[in-house]
Design a protein around this ligand. Structure first.
Ligand SMILES: CC(C)(COP(=O)(O)OP(=O)(O)OC[C@H]1O[C@@H](n2cnc3c(N)ncnc32)[C@H](O)[C@@H]1OP(=O)(O)O)[C@@H](O)C(=O)NCCC(=O)NCCS
Length: 166
């Protein structure tokens, strides 16, 4: 397994934010409409508006962060939702609005989330990806995620991907 260090992740996230003029901040209740619109354009089985609202309100368990691109800092371009259940970080949802893709926003959201996890000493980051979502699989592999050995036990259409930390 590839071991990735906190310093590297944080430096990479900083570079991505600067180069792509991104602001990454905690999501707030007023982002619900934007997140829901992106969610419905991004996933075949999107989280409902009610589920998103619950995750947003559940901020002692789930972390919801959004990316905004300057010069429109109020416009949500993408988001990530994750949970830390030591020693693991679970990425529950990630999407970037179609018109904002391939600008490094998804990478920056992942790197920021990993940086937050590593500050809390996580040992593994894990996510489920639909086996036919080749775009997302390539994206995660490019960031250093690998298929997990536990895949046989997982749901038929989904694969587990993971990244380990020293
Ligand atoms: C997957 C997703 C989050 C990627 O977000 P993004 O902001 O476009 O990703 P990035 O710009 O950071 O891409 C980084 C790299 O990933 C790879 N990648 C991303 N999208 C790709 C695509 N459509 N085709 C091929 N490679 C792709 C490329 O290597 C890319 O680097 P490059 O643009 O320099 O070639 C976005 O496509 C999305 O929201 N998809 C729908 C929702 C989804 O599938 N979420 C994941 C569920 S597990």
């Amino acid at each position: 397994m590839k071991a990735v260090e906190l310093g590297q992740i944080l430096a990479k996230a900083r570079d991505f934010r600067r180069i792509n003029r991104l602001l990454i901040r905690r999501a707030q209740a007023s982002d619900l409409g934007s997140i829901s619109a992106i969610e419905h354009g991004a996933h075949l089985r999107p989280w409902s508006r009610v589920s998103i609202a619950k995750e947003l309100a559940n901020d002692n368990i789930s972390s919801f962060w959004v990316a905004c691109q300057r010069p429109q800092p109020e416009k949500v371009a993408g988001y990530i939702c994750f949970r830390i259940i030591q020693p693991e970080l679970y990425i529950l949802n990630l999407a970037v609005e179609k018109g904002f893709r391939r600008r490094g926003i998804g990478s920056c959201l992942i790197l920021t989330c990993l940086g937050l996890g590593l500050r809390r000493k996580i040992k593994r980051a894990v996510l489920d990806v639909h086996r036919e979502n080749e775009r997302a699989i390539g994206f995660y592999q490019g960031l250093g995620f690998q298929f997990s050995d536990s895949n046989q036990r997982n749901k038929k259409n989904f694969a587990v991907m993971e990244m380990h930390f020293p």
